[in-house]
Ligand binder design. Structure first.
Ligand code: MN
Length: 388
């Protein structure tokens, strides 16, 4: 356990997946309604606690998606994203939503850009509208979340004032968004723990990855006392994306010892599905789900991994639905050559091994690629037939 402040095992972290809403806001991504319904069903089966199903005010298609997903009667809470005004809350409700995640911009820059000022007049108006919207949604019997947009660039006292007001207005959950991904783990943990001292309802985190810190910031916020993480499959989302479901759930449960309801063995299949439907390929180096996440080529690594995978794997690939892969190429060593030749029932001595390995490396460099088992067997037969 990394954190001496608490016993993480005592806490179950809630996971809210926003692939269908914030994830779809990725440039160039558009899921069809039937795809969203299918993804939502799978997210539910996977065990996420909450599904952000869409922003009804943004499009007819989002309205249809929210309708389709709420109609499934999932175990997960299905939330519609909206601004805290009666029209958008009514619209969310007309789409079947029993839960809304509302948001209000709180940073000076967002208030200036969106409302023409950051003075007390704008602040008071936004607070009034937020409080009214939250209370209205509560009066309809909905589960109500209310988050601060751009919370991490908001003066702390004002942020706390807004979120405490949201709580007092009846919000069941308040959210903190690192909207442009510019917080740091230290700052974010401090921010969340200060808010935690004032917020008794659920506290949710929404981090972006502009500096590659979305996962680290999300974890830090949980250590600061938050209850829920918002994330997307493969970390898709605007600009550099959101905190990734895979990284966050695996880090929190495997490194920190928190519990979560997500079935980790579904992470890789889910990642493949979203990569396909979003038409955004996952980097081979992506933690947990990338093609290389459990691949080994270098001779020293391969010979160790073949004896005991834990030598170079911090996780079992099966845990996350992935598979181990031994790649043959320029960095290979003799152990993989003998392994393949044995598997094919071929006889050899040390000289032949060295010979085949040299040719494998030469071909790999020449083609700037890996070499398949079949190619290696081919090389073996050529060398045996035409020894140098
Ligand atoms: Mn976002």
């Amino acid at each position: 356990m990394r954190d001496g402040q608490e016993n993480p095992a005592a806490r179950n972290i809630l996971v809210c997946d926003t692939t269908l809403r914030d994830g779809e806001q990725t440039c160039g991504v558009a899921f069809r309604v039937e795809e969203k319904v299918r993804i939502a069903r799978l997210l539910d089966e996977m065990g996420v606690d909450c599904i952000d199903a869409g922003f009804p005010a943004s499009s007819q298609a989002d309205q249809e998606a929210v309708r389709g997903i709420t109609a499934l009667g999932l175990r997960a809470r299905v939330v519609a994203f909206c601004r805290p005004n009666r029209a958008e809350i009514d619209l969310a409700r007309s789409c079947g939503a029993n839960a809304v995640y509302t948001f209000v911009p709180t940073s000076d820059v967002h208030m200036r850009v969106k409302f023409g000022g950051d003075g007390s007049e704008v602040r008071e108006r936004l607070k009034r509208e937020m409080a009214d919207g939250v209370a209205y949604a509560k009066s309809l019997g909905m589960f109500v979340g209310c988050g601060s947009e751009d919370a991490t660039r908001t003066p702390y006292d004002y942020l706390e004032e807004v979120l405490v007001l949201a709580q007092e207005s009846g919000a069941d959950l308040v959210g903190v968004a690192d909207t442009v991904g510019s917080s740091t783990p230290d700052d974010f943990r401090t921010l969340v723990s200060r808010l935690r001292a004032r917020i008794s309802v659920l506290l949710s985190l929404h981090c972006h990855n502009d500096f590659g810190l979305a996962t680290a910031n999300t974890v830090a916020g949980i250590l600061g006392g938050a209850d829920e993480v918002q994330c997307t499959v493969n970390g898709i989302g605007e600009r550099a994306g959101n905190a990734s479901l895979e990284e966050v759930t695996v880090a929190l449960t495997q490194l920190y010892g928190f519990s979560a309801n997500v079935d980790l063995s579904r992470l890789k299949p889910m990642s493949d599905l979203i990569a396909g439907l979003s038409r955004i390929e996952v980097s081979p180096m992506k933690p947990i789900v990338g093609g290389n996440a459990f691949s080994h080529e270098s001779g020293l690594h391969v010979s160790s991994v073949m004896r005991d995978p834990t030598a170079y794997e911090p996780l079992r690939p099966e845990l996350v639905g992935h598979t181990r892969r031994i790649v043959i190429g320029k960095h290979s060593g003799k152990s993989i050559v003998s392994h393949v030749l044995d598997a094919h029932g071929l006889s050899y001595d040390d000289g032949v091994l060295g010979e085949v390995l040299r040719e494998v490396k030469r071909v790999a460099v020449l083609t700037k690629s890996s070499v398949t088992e079949a190619q290696m067997v081919g090389i073996y037969h050529e060398r045996i037939a035409n020894p140098v």
